[in-house]
Design a protein around this ligand. Structure first.
Ligand SMILES: [Zn+2]
Length: 273
């Protein structure tokens, strides 16, 4: 541990002292597919937001990066003897969410509730349009029997996902112990693709996306070591820098407001010296 701590300090010092490679941010497509966008009732997507790179998996639309990771994960699950995990739902457009919400509102009004009552009641069980993570095309609802129930968390598949899904870039987005933070009930079936190393850091530190973003912002910089001693360097920035650190693999906007960023670089140790 002491060795790792000292090495981390040394790496920090050297990273500060090393000349920064001149790469204009404008020349790099940040490729921000919303991996770290926080979407909820306080951070809503606009009606015009449609994620990039949508593709289909068994007739269900989602971003290709999430599809590829899901396919890879399914393969590993099957190698571990767990079969039958199905994708139930992924990308939902703003207008689809609007239609679902309106339908619920209509049903409630038909039961004699006023418009505002019905709206209030509908929003307790259904995310209003713009507030659903599914609009990102990075959220996946999965099941083994076609049902989305909390009992899924106790199944072999549910437990496997809890333990291993982070390796493929997924997190259980709404865990039972964090409902006060997410403001969403425990949903063991709802996976969110955030990509590695974010998913593994969140799993290791037991942080929800809300907490993870606040944490990185607070500490400004985070180093994540891989088992093979390569490492990721995460930097918080409140503006898109003109010059990017060498080895930058991803720039993710913090929120849908696109005003804060996490710059992720990956380096091999010790070959950079
Ligand atoms: Zn969901």
């Amino acid at each position: 541990m002491a060795y790792k701590y000292l090495t981390t300090v040394a790496l920090l010092l050297i990273s500060v002292l090393l000349p920064t490679q001149t790469v204009l941010a404008g020349n790099i497509s940040s490729g921000d597919s919303g991996l770290l966008w926080l979407v909820n009732r306080s951070n809503m997507l606009t009606s015009s937001y449609v994620p990039p790179n949508l593709c289909e998996y068994q007739g269900i639309r989602l971003q290709s990066v999430a599809r590829d990771a899901f396919v890879q994960m399914l393969k590993s699950m099957e190698e571990d003897g767990i079969y039958g995990l199905r994708l139930q739902s992924a990308y939902r457009s703003y207008s689809y969410q609007q239609a679902v919400f309106n339908q619920r509102e209509k049903e409630l009004k038909a039961k004699g509730h006023s418009k505002s009552e019905a709206e209030n009641m509908a929003s307790k069980s259904i995310q209003p349009p713009g507030a659903s993570e599914h609009q990102l095309g990075l959220s996946l609802d999965v099941s083994i029997d076609g049902k989305l129930t909390q009992a899924f968390g106790e199944t072999k598949a549910g437990k496997w996902l809890e333990e291993h899904s982070h390796k493929y870039g997924f997190v259980i987005r709404y865990p039972s112990s964090k409902t006060e933070i997410t403001q969403i009930i425990y949903e063991p079936w709802h996976l969110r693709y955030v990509g590695t190393p974010h998913s593994t850091i969140m799993k290791n530190l037991v942080l929800t996306l809300e907490e993870y973003l606040s944490y990185i912002k607070q500490i400004n910089m985070y180093i994540f070591w891989e088992e093979n001693c390569d490492y990721y360097f995460l930097l918080y920035s409140n503006s898109l820098p003109e010059v990017l650190p060498p080895g930058t693999i991803d720039i993710s906007a913090f929120t849908s407001g696109e005003t804060e960023y996490i710059i992720t670089t990956r380096k091999s140790y010790p070959t950079i010296w």
